[in-house]
Design a protein around this ligand. Sequence first.
Ligand code: PMP
Length: 327
Amino acid sequence: HMVTIRYAEGKGWYEPRVEARAPIPMDPAAAVLHYAQEIFEGLKAYTLPDGGVAMFRPDANATRFAQSAQRMAMPALPVDTFIESLHQMIKIDRSWIPQSEDGSLYLRPFAYASEVFLGVRPAMEYLYLVIASPAGAYFSGGVKPVTVWVTPDYTRAAPGGTGAAKCGGNYAAGLSAQAEAIEHGCDQVVYLDAVERKYIDELGGMNIIFVMDDGSLVTPPLTGTILPGITRDSVLKLAERAGRKVEERPVSIDEWREGAGSGRIRETFACGTAAVITPIGTVRSTEGEFTVADGGSGEVTMGLREELTAIQRGRAEDPFGWVHRVL
Ligand code: PMP
């Protein structure tokens, strides 16, 4: 199925519908096709041990969606409407939710400028939709460390840009970098900052966190050029609660390379909704290659992964009230 809600200037959000998923008719002059005024979110619905169904922190996705809307000069969808639309989707497509321990129904809420006009200005009509797709375990046959490519050519976002928004344009601009990473035999691209080309921002679709030799976590700060990941936030909160030191500060590619060599940086992992936590084993760049945690999966990384997935899946206590039960 799909959920749709329309928006028109002066009228607000109207005509919420749940209907069979079908193509959406679009005029060739719909604003989104020309100026990419579009935003989206991604989150999972999954089965709990008692047979119930839950989502993880959908309120955080709703808030980020509203922030993305603001950056893209779009009207914000109320948080309650966003969450209610996901409830409707899950209820009607419940049979698509995998029963397996690590499968999920991936939910994709998005909104775009549907107004028909060719001038450059914020549109006055929008369409919000939710679609869904069942997903299996991200790693089949166990978690494997990934090899990443530090792109020398591309940046993801500059100060004042759209890095903190989840808008389609960011991903369109990242496709060349992703292709470059694949050409170099890597799974993911790592972006450096756009100003000095020195500090690590994030990966193509994940944030990055470093585990230092004293057990503390270090991660790049949210200064507007990276996406404020919900997984990133959850990992930092769990670590702090366990008494681990957490520091948000810039980390340069040189610090990463030297730290991995000297043991100052013990482990590095990427985090995001799709894979939750992924160990980074090898880092490739135009200056050669280095390994982190001997190229394997570090102990702290795997511990945090187990801790977070156990909370998400209802196998462990949920100290922050993150698990949002739907059914
Ligand atoms: N950075 C980027 C560029 C992403 O696309 C994602 C995935 N949404 C993330 C970070 C991680 O965010 P989250 O933990 O909310 O999935």
